[in-house]
Design a protein around this ligand. Sequence first.
Ligand code: FPP
Ligand code: ZN
Length: 314
Amino acid sequence: MGELEAEKHAEYILFIEKKKDEFEALVIEHLRLNGAYWGLTTLDLLHKIGAVDQEEVVSWVMKCQDKDSGGFGGNIGHDPHLLYTLSAVQVLALLNRFDVLDIEKVSNYVARLQNEDGSFSGDMWGEVDNRFSYCAICCLSLLGCLNMINVEKAVNFIASCKNLDGGFGSIPGGESHAGQIFCCVGALAITGCLHHVDKDLLGWWLCERQCKDGGLSGRPEKLSDVCYSWWVLSSLIMIDRVHWIDKQKLTRFILNCQDKENGGISDRPDHAVDVFHTYFGVAGLSLMEYPVVKSIDPAYALPVDVVNRIFFGK
Ligand code: FPP
Ligand code: ZN
């Protein structure tokens, strides 16, 4: 198993950030703003954010903004969407650069996507999903603008997606899924509405996701995958039930997914590494207080020191 190869993972992230023209970069081009958030948060958790050219990142992020709507796209010239708008706000939060944002314009874009029933569409095309409720609430909370939406209706919509097993789905009646549970529990935590969660019932559902290999899965009968170290563990922490899983076994599972030679973390042992799973592996270890890694906030998915600076000016 060995230890976390922190240096190598930081080098891996810095390396892929530079090889923009290669095939892998092309494939994930439409996800670049999400990729920037995963990569930069990983670097910050590993105390290496100083290694990137921050001015270059900020100017590229601002070029991804759609000047008409105020929302952000996944890359320059792409259509705006809540998923990328949250990533843009998170990246600027990491770099302490809200000064470049027209906060009212961005918040208006987010607020306009709320529907009559309190749910959120991801963009002008209208798909509704609790992922977008989370993006909207997290984004507006970071910007200090939650008052621009109807929080009560937003919370009631999320509560209406709760299932008999204690979990949450993407829309009312949707199957419980750990990714959706993170979004719902995160949004309820941010708005101070965790009383809608049946903590013992949901805690059981979540801790039953730990597989024999120590890893966590997203749904019953699915294989373990490093990204669920984040979706499941962050939810367990927010409902005070993290002691219901075996942390040591999960730590071992994540460390076994490292590429110890070239850096990066994969979804499962011996698979190819990617930025997404590198981020979730490091973030999962952070939630388990692994030495040296900075602490991450389970609701905002940003380092705790960044969240404290935003809310308490520290
Ligand atoms: C599983 O995806 C994950 C989800 C459904 C949650 C996604 C949440 C967001 C995009 C909100 C922003 C997140 C953060 C951390 C700031 P999947 O499609 O991989 O699921 P599968 O494993 O079932 O295929
Ligand atoms: Zn995964």
